[in-house]
Design a protein around this ligand. Structure first.
Ligand code: 0O2
Length: 215
């Protein structure tokens, strides 16, 4: 007999409540952005994206994980049906936003993965949090800088374009090198901002040789 949920929406009657939770989470992040803007005099966020994993993607993920194609599995065993991506200009803001989210009583943080301090072997960097709403639904929050976001988007794109030829190893190495260079730029940009915002030290003393103006 065919699986009862195979032709129905995998989220069943939960969909409207899940949509409301996603909207609420985005709203909390927007409030946080406003309060940080007032406090710092700078917008800490470049952009925010949210997505509700489609029925087809959720079914693919359940299959990949060897889980049943049921509503229960989709909402209790996969944690990224709801996703929010917060892209920041500067590295420190990623961690400041993370600290604020942890303090939010409406969303309990149940898991964190710091792929910034511990980059994935391919060079992927991002800070991931799994949060659970007071209504019991899970959401994945990804926090990253513009550089990390650019790299992730291009790497994702290349995954589909990568030819299965002998230069595979070289491509992997080059992608990793680009990720590391972008990470180094993030640190330099943060150092610059700290200097401009008056942290009280000589920026040139902190910069790698090549970045120091020779004028
Ligand atoms: P989509 O379509 O982006 O939602 P999980 O499978 O989520 O239970 P996993 O894989 O350990 O467990 O989760 P992890 O490592 O926290 O990664 C989750 C998401 O981070 C992925 O979602 C990607 O969006 C992103 N991500 C992780 N690693 C990479 C990477 O190497 N390159 C890029 N471009 N993105 C990455 P999904 O589920 O793969 O898909």
């Amino acid at each position: 007999m065919a699986n009862q949920t195979s032709t129905q929406d995998i989220y069943g009657s939960h969909r409207p409540q899940m949509e409301a939770v996603l909207e609420r989470l985005v709203g909390r992040v927007a409030d946080l952005r406003e309060s940080m803007k007032e406090e710092m005099g700078l917008d800490p966020i470049e952009h925010i994206l949210s997505r509700f994993k489609s029925d087809a993607s959720m079914r693919d993920k359940l299959a990949r994980k060897g889980l049943p194609q049921t509503t229960e599995a989709a909402i209790t065993q996969v944690y990224d049906a709801l996703g929010v991506r917060i892209v920041c200009g500067f590295l420190n803001d990623v961690y400041v936003i993370r600290d604020h989210l942890i303090a939010d009583p409406e969303f309990e943080v149940v898991e964190e993965k710091d792929y910034i301090r511990h980059a994935k072997p391919n060079g992927y960097r991002s800070f991931h949090m799994i949060v659970r709403s007071s209504k019991g639904y899970y959401a994945e929050v990804q926090l990253r800088t513009i550089s990390m976001d650019t790299w992730a988007a291009l790497e994702h794109h290349l995954q589909y374009k990568r030819p299965h030829t002998g230069n595979q190893r070289l491509i992997v190495q080059e992608l990793k090198r680009c990720a590391d260079e972008l990470a180094s730029t993030d640190v330099s940009m943060q150092t610059l901002r700290d200097a401009i915002m008056g942290e009280g030290y000589d920026v040139r003393a902190r910069m790698p040789e090549d970045y120091v103006s020779r004028d």
